[in-house]
Design a protein around this ligand. Structure first.
Ligand code: ADP
Length: 613
């Protein structure tokens, strides 16, 4: 099932530059202003730095040359107005560019969500896909958001490269040895810091792993559903012990990290003192030799310090772009991840009212992907099965026999490893899988309740709800009395986690709601995987009574543990050892006197023996 296709194996490699270009392309196609704002921000930042660089030397020069007071005031006024104006424009640009960046990030988040909710079902169980999704979320989330921060890196490039060029020009009169010392110490300082950051980046997963454990213990300790167990089984001390253990691991990790940062900061500081000391003595020597005045001394000294900032800035930008590129790579890999089914393409399959559908499993073999290197056991081996239009088919068997897997193969959630699933004689692989899903409706063991109204939960669509149909389906599912007794009736909200005023339906009521949802969809093929597991025996019997009525005219596949319920079906399959062990009507299977009869008698005995006195 999880073997990769040739198409998938040819996974693209994205370079750092490619990832940066991806963001630029996204911006160019969707919000070009984001690019212009990033460039503008960089240009203004350089302009502010250059103006600031000249403030003190210019004023000193006025004083040195004994200029007029008005001349001095004009100089101060010029710098004040220039810096204020440039800073105001910069603040305006920064404020406005934030919205564009958020919008662009949101645009990419939407693409990731679309892929996540529409990708082939087995991918949701593939660890590689799950990891990529987590990494993509990481690159797009509010805290980390490489997708927004990358624009600051682009701005940094504009700012640092331009600043470097301007300062290099300014320092053309300074001895090249001083420039060389400045560049060398800046590069060394950067490399030491880079080492510490790299260590942090390389150990990100270790930190995440520890944090995950800490969070897990904290969440579980607060989990409402675990509150009973914690009290009854005295789990508090055990949970506290676990929490302490993981916190110790976390503090140890932080200690190792901080020691590296401390060493890097100390080295950087020593290099800074060395650089500034050499520059200071050299420039002082020039002043004393009468080669430059005090104003130029100030200008050059500030320029040497600033020069260092541009150099380390450029290197920092390169490494940040590399890191952000790697993070964004996960987004691109996720978005480009090869589909296993025809999700977008494939032959369209329109639902035609009254059309008869035959489903056939021909020589089907299937196994789940194993854990690690261990291949898992084959669930089905060379299975043949035909479900005729309108047939009511029951699938029974012990736990783990493969009933749910069979249903998933029929529904097209998995493709067989060998053999075919055919719809009216055509392999379902050739059809658009989403169109195929439209033919099927179901109640599965794990069902989803949307935090919305009851009506929306039945219609599965908030925009267009046929209320008459909702009421009809709810009535058929036996939930009308309950819903109409609620103050909000069909507009009652579900899910207290989102809506404090929501009602909480019991397990059985939710299952009835799922049956109403199935009926609303009105598809020609229905699947019921233990649809009554949470119902009491009376409710269960009520649903079974209606079972034929509920699924009238539809092909229905019905899984149940309770063999008594299967008697309503046209045909019963007993699944055992990856094959159909027995097949026939309830009466035929009982008359056979084999495994089905044995299981049926065991269950009947159990129910009789456990009858309430
Ligand atoms: P049943 O519905 O009859 O109880 P299932 O179809 O759920 O049985 O499971 C059949 C076998 O496949 C079992 O051995 C089960 O452990 C295994 N299995 C089910 N789902 C998965 C899965 N997602 N990944 C790996 N193995 C699975």
């Amino acid at each position: 099932m999880f073997r990769k296709t040739k198409k998938e194996e040819k996974r693209k490699k994205y370079g750092v530059l490619g990832n940066a270009l991806f963001m630029l392309r996204e911006a160019k196609e969707n919000l070009p202003s984001v690019i212009w704002f990033a460039v503008l921000d960089g240009l203004i930042a350089v302009a502010v730095s250059v103006i600031e660089l000249y403030v003190a030397p210019s004023i000193l020069k006025e004083l040195e040359t004994h200029g007029t007071l008005s001349g001095l005031l004009y100089t101060i006024l010029f710098f004040t107005v220039s810096i204020t104006t440039a800073s105001a424009v910069q603040a305006y640009v920064r404020q406005n560019m934030r919205f564009g960046r958020i919008e662009l990030r949101d645009h990419i988040v939407t693409q990731v969500r679309y892929k996540m909710s529409t990708s082939s079902y087995p991918l949701r169980e593939r660890q590689e896909f799950i990891n990529l999704l987590a990494k993509a979320h990481d690159a797009l989330n509010d805290n980390n958001k490489a997708s927004e921060a990358i624009w600051t890196t682009f701005t940094g490039f504009v700012q640092n490269i331009l600043g470097f060029a301007i300062y290099l020009y300014l320092l053309k009169r300074v001895d090249p040895v001083v420039i060389l010392v400045t560049v060398t110490t800046a590069v060394l300082g950067y490399l030491v810091n880079y080492g510490a950051n790299e260590w942090n980046y390389r150990h990100r997963e270790e930190e995440e792993e520890i944090c995950k454990c800490v969070m897990y213990v904290q969440d579980e300790a607060q989990n409402r559903y675990l509150a009973k167990d914690i009290r009854i089984f005295g789990m508090r001390e055990w949970l506290c012990g676990l929490h302490e253990k993981y916190m110790r691991l976390y503090l140890d990790f932080c200690g190792r990290r901080e020691r590296r940062y401390f060493a890097a900061d100390l080295t950087d500081l020593i290099l800074g003192i060395l650089r500034n000391g050499i520059a200071y003595f050299y420039l002082l020597y020039m002043v004393l030799g009468g080669k430059i005045g005090a104003a130029q001394f100030l200008l050059y000294f500030a320029a040497v310090s600033g020069f260092t900032t541009w150099i380390s800035g450029i290197m920092e930008n390169v490494s940040t772009l590399h890191r952000q590129g790697l993070e964004l790579e996960a987004v691109r890999e996720f978005l480009d991840y090869g589909e296993l089914f025809c999700m977008e393409e494939g032959i369209p399959l329109r639902q035609e009212p009254g059309k008869a559908y035959t489903i056939e499993l021909r020589d089907v073999s299937f196994r789940y992907s194993g854990s690690g290197t261990e291949p898992s056991k084959e669930v089905f081996s060379h299975l043949d099965l035909t479900i005729c239009p309108g047939e009511k088919l029951a699938v029974v068997g012990l736990n783990g026999a493969g009933k749910t897997t069979l249903v998933k193969l029929i529904c097209g959630f998995y493709d067989p490893d060998e053999g075919e699933v055919l719809l009216n004689g055509v392999n379902i692989k050739v059809y658009n899988r989403r169109d195929y899903y439209r033919l099927i409706s179901g109640v599965f063991q794990e069902f989803s309740v949307i935090a919305s109204t009851i009506a929306v939960n039945v219609a599965q669509d908030a925009r267009k709800i046929d209320m008459e149909k909702v009421i009809d389906c709810v009535e058929k599912a036996g939930l009308k009395k309950k819903i109409e007794s609620l103050p909000g009736k069909y507009g009652t909200k579900l899910d207290r986690y989102v809506f404090p005023e929501a009602v909480e339906l019991s397990g059985g009521e939710l299952q009835r709601l799922m049956i109403a949802r199935l009926l609303y969809k009105d598809s020609p093929i229905v699947v019921l995987d233990e649809p009554t597991a949470a119902l009491d025996p009376i409710a269960e019997s009520d649903i079974y009574q209606k079972y034929n009525e509920l699924t009238e005219g539809k092909s229905a596949i019905f899984i149940s543990h309770r063999l008594a319920s299967t008697r309503f079906c046209d045909r019963i399959l007993l699944i055992e050892d990856g094959r159909i062990a027995e097949e026939g009507t309830h009466e035929e299977l009982l008359a056979n006197g084999k495994r089905y009869m044995e299981l049926f008698e065991m269950q009947s005995r159990y129910y009789q023996e456990t009858k309430p006195c």
